[in-house]
Design a protein around this ligand. Structure first.
Ligand code: FES
Ligand code: MG
Length: 577
């Protein structure tokens, strides 16, 4: 690979010029205590940090930023830390998804407007991975993703507890009267026992593992637990490697292609990953100029069964996965599905990176011959279409009760979570386990931001009878840590006139996962009549970021990116003067 000279780096437009502006850039850097020789003539590396005091999964990223700097200094670069929006899943309301595109815009503009030659991106909690990478792909300078790492295994009274998955499980047990309020409070301090992202195969580990397989992290980085001493060593190595990538101008457009995304899909399906990835991957692919559709995903899901034995599809946690060999060992077992020639950030192919990977626990990391969920029983991602979802809906059929995969039942329709919450636990509610619960107006425009409302609650009355799963439909999303027969991402969404908005309580809904169908048994004429009566509600926001979002966001099957950002295209470098 040809190496660039220092004069070819974009940072030098700021630092190397002899005019008054160049003086100011150097003078102000010296104001921060830097000697000229510490930054002049060196590649400038941005460490984009999504740390915040309200982002529990990223609480260690201030320390890690310092460790990345160590690697940058050692390799002869000048590291600068740039804080970026922390879209911590737990605290941000109404939903972090509203702000994923905000983070993507912020990253792209941070990198563009500053004297930056390459970047190490620190993130990990769900939306931070796609947000950081969408921006970096659009800016197209050398970049490495440094994942925050999963938290250590949790236990409560001898039982494994996984963040997210067991919150929901024990909440249902509390509502059913099987655990006490004191138990519930005790759990609060037991479930999340270390730094790091959720330790189940929720959206965080799904996305970091996928981008690892796509070659955007150092190989295997996504599996290293946050609290492991290997984690800061990996962070330091990111700082060292980015310098080499800068000299080689090894930027996303030079290696991130359709093969990388296909490899990402192999990981996605094998891990039984979160449905959220379906939205993020389409958004990332469009930024990279790669054509990727829901059908590509369901196609891969039909070939690669769930092989990683991790919650919520299986029974282990991310620390077990790491000790068993991590993502590289999992990919190695599925080598025949991979594009082994796809390049990765360490300058080697994926095939080279997994060549020496070994599996130390075949119970946790399975092969296709002994999958956690055989293809005949369920897939990581099933795509459904029909008169309820003409442009598609998704479900994780591997995490559903098999008896519901072919089902007809009467709809119980809610227009808002408030309406649902008022009604759902009413002891007189006319409902059986065959009822199909529907929540609409939860899509990208309607909510707005497509919140994770889709794991609709099972009515208390049925919980007490032992029911733990039902068919549920929503145009919103669901947490990747959750499970159940939940049909999500219905497109087009109700709020923009999608047929989900025409469904009425009592209409029969028909689900056939094997046939890929989701229909309401309502005749075309009746649907036309209802459509004529349907009123688009006013877009709710007149000002603020939410107003911009509602006007420009695309539907779930298109990645929920903004129309003015979702394509690849050159943006002029800023004028320095
Ligand atoms: Fe941050 Fe789950 S809440 S990763
Ligand atoms: Mg989540």
């Amino acid at each position: 690979m040809t190496r660039r000279s220092i004069g070819e780096l974009r940072s030098q437009r700021w630092f190397a010029s002899d005019d008054m502006r160049g003086f100011a850039h150097r003078q102000r850097t010296q104001q921060m205590g830097m000697r000229r020789e510490e930054f002049l003539g060196k590649p400038v590396v941005a460490i984009v940090n999504t740390w915040s005091d309200l982002s529990p999964c990223h609480s260690h990223l201030r320390d890690r930023a310092e460790t990345v700097k160590r690697g940058v200094w050692q390799a002869g670069g000048y590291p600068v830390e740039l804080p970026a929006l922390s879209v911590g899943e737990v605290m941000v309301k109404p939903t972090t998804m509203l702000y994923r595109n905000f983070l993507a815009m912020e990253v792209e503009e941070l990198l563009r407007s500053h004297p930056i030659d390459g970047a190490v991106l620190l993130g990990g909690c769900d939306k931070s991975t796609p947000g950081l990478l969408m921006g970096a792909i659009s800016m197209d300078i050398p970049v490495i993703y440094c994942p925050a790492g999963p938290m250590s295994n949790g236990q409560w009274r001898g039982h494994k507890t996984g963040a997210g998955t067991h919150t929901k499980k024990y909440w249902d047990e509390l509502r059913a009267g099987n655990i006490t309020q004191d138990d519930w409070i005790d759990l609060e301090s037991r479930m999340t026992r270390s730094i790091g992202t959720c330790n189940t195969m929720g959206t965080a580990s799904t996305m970091t593992s996928i981008v690892d397989a796509m070659g955007l992290t150092l190989p295997g980085a996504s599996s290293i637990p946050a609290a492991d001493s290997g984690h800061p060593r990996m962070a330091s190595a990111c700082g060292e490697r980015i310098i080499e990538m800068i000299w080689e101008d090894f930027k996303p457009s030079r290696f991130l292609d359709a093969r990388s995304f296909r490899n990402g899909l192999v990981a996605y399906m094998a891990l039984g990953g979160s449905t959220n990835a379906a939205v993020h991957l389409i958004a990332m692919a469009r930024r990279a100029g790669v054509d990727l559709t829901l059908d590509d995903m369901s196609d891969m899901a039909g070939r690669v069964p769930v092989c990683a034995n991790l919650f919520p599809s299986g029974e282990y946690l991310m620390e077990d996965f790491y000790f068993a060999g991590g993502i590289l060992a999992q990919l190695k077992k599925l080598e025949r599905h991979l594009d082994r020639d796809a390049m990765t950030v360490n300058g080697r192919t994926l095939g080279e990176n997994i060549a020496g990977a070994e599996c130390w626990n075949d119970e946790v990391i399975r092969g296709e011959d002994s999958p956690v969920v055989p293809l005949s029983q369920g897939k990581t991602l099933a795509v459904l279409r029909g008169n309820l979802a003409p442009n598609g809906a998704v479900m994780k059929s591997s995490a559903a009760n098999p008896k519901f995969l072919k089902h007809v039942g009467p709809a119980l329709v809610f227009d808002s979570p408030a309406e649902m919450n008022r009604t759902i636990d009413d002891p007189d509610l006319d409902i059986t386990e065959d009822t199909v619960i529907v929540l609409r107006n939860a899509g990208p425009v309607g909510a707005p931001g497509m919140p994770e409302w889709g794991n609709l609650p099972i009515p208390k009355k049925l919980l007490k009878q032992g029911v733990r799963d039902m068919v549920r439909i929503c145009d919103g999303r669901m947490s990747g840590t959750h499970y159940g027969t939940c049909i999500l991402h219905v497109a087009p969404e109700a709020a923009i006139g999608g047929p989900l908005g025409l469904l009425k309580t009592g209409d029969l809904v028909e689900l056939d996962v094997e046939a890929g169908r989701l229909d309401m048994q309502v005749g075309d004429q009746e649907l036309e009549r209802r459509r004529a009566e349907w009123n688009p509600g006013a877009l709710r926001y007149e000002r603020s970021f939410a107003a911009l979002y509602q006007r420009h966001v695309s539907q779930a099957d298109e990645g929920c990116d903004f129309d003015f950002l979702s394509t690849r295209g050159l943006v002029a470098e800023p004028s320095i003067f």
